[in-house]
Design a protein around this ligand. Sequence first.
Ligand SMILES: Cc1cc2nc3c(=O)[nH]c(=O)nc-3n(C[C@H](O)[C@H](O)[C@H](O)COP(=O)(O)OP(=O)(O)OC[C@H]3O[C@@H](n4cnc5c(N)ncnc54)[C@H](O)[C@@H]3O)c2cc1C
Length: 388
Amino acid sequence: MEFSLTEDQRLFCDSVASLARKELAQGALARAHAPEFPRDVARLLAGHGLFGITIAEVDGGSGGTLTDAVLAIEQISRVCPRSADAIAEGNFGAIRVLAQFGTADQKRRFLAPLLKGDEVIAVAMTEPDAGSATTDLKSAAVPDGSGFRVSGSKVFPNPHADQYLVYVRYGPGLEGIGSVMIRRGVPGFSIGEVSTFMSGANWAPIYFDDVYVPPEDVLLPAGGFRKQISGFNAERIGNAARSLAYGQYCFDAARDYAKTRKQFGRPLCEFQGLQWKFADMKIRLDAARLLLYRAATNADRGLPAPDETTIAKLACNQTGFEVANEALQIMGGLGYTQETLVEYCVRRSRGWMIAGGSIEMMKNRLAEFIFERHFSQRPPRTDRTEKT
Ligand SMILES: Cc1cc2nc3c(=O)[nH]c(=O)nc-3n(C[C@H](O)[C@H](O)[C@H](O)COP(=O)(O)OP(=O)(O)OC[C@H]3O[C@@H](n4cnc5c(N)ncnc54)[C@H](O)[C@@H]3O)c2cc1C
């Protein structure tokens, strides 16, 4: 068992940190308050080889490990939390699903522009009546010649993306679910009223009205749901890493503040009531980080294990938000203003307790690993009433 970074990992962290200080420190506050994805940062980071870290070189990535991608998120977040979104987008989630399951042609048309930071992808999974119950999704893919016609609607994705990885239903049940790639602006595709999350980022409903999907744009045919979700575990590691990194950012900001801010004639760090808060926060950050590194390290270049991912996401989501919130408290009125990024980190990390599998759904999942059985969340079937 080894609990420290390797020499290569340390050097990698140093180089990402130095890039972040040089290129991203300036403008960090403004970036956090911009509703749109930071495309300029995506191009910059892609140009420095920080996109597709875990994707094979033959597919345009750098063939690194999931842990490298987590370390990149941590280093970027320390300087510019919002820019960590670009690292998440370029390394976790949809981009990984495309790299894992896309055809060579799909990789050329969809993956390549993502890896350069030229295009942005969003996952369109959630529907008005299918949130936590993802498999209730209704967006239908109906055969039309060798392709499909997709109709339905999605909620919550980034409305400014160029391409959407859309979960669709080819037929009934779990086995009827798969996914297709749909480009923004194709006939039948429309975006509803743009709204704003508590984080300040935009979202909007997306509508598909008989959108034609050629056969070459089918990512996963019927029966692909489990593969899709196994890819989604990588997205959960990215989600967990950002939560933790935001908590760390706020911890560092509050620690620096407590060293210099004086009340009652002494620095805040001399008050035992605050020292104990820092001690508790430090333990929680370290513990969550170990769980995150375990999930990422064990996955190496493959997909992370569902149980370790679930535990890491739960620990990092809760720790990230609660530490950020406690750090805000320690910084008093200043922490509550938009003069620092602490309030942004609190608002933003709150969302990851819902997105990518809510805290409650993750705990349901963990209970299944603990008891080694499936617990259906659905009501008992009425057709099972006993005959008398
Ligand atoms: C910041 C953010 C970004 C997002 N980005 C995207 C995106 O890019 N693409 C996309 O498709 N979606 C996205 N989503 C949507 C997200 O995936 C859903 O919000 C999430 O799956 C929960 O669904 P819901 O909002 O419909 O809540 P519901 O499913 O209606 O749940 C409401 C509450 O009930 C709880 N609950 C539900 N079922 C159970 C149960 N069986 N046991 C215990 N508790 C339960 C939930 O945990 C939650 O607290 C995003 C959401 C957020 C907040």
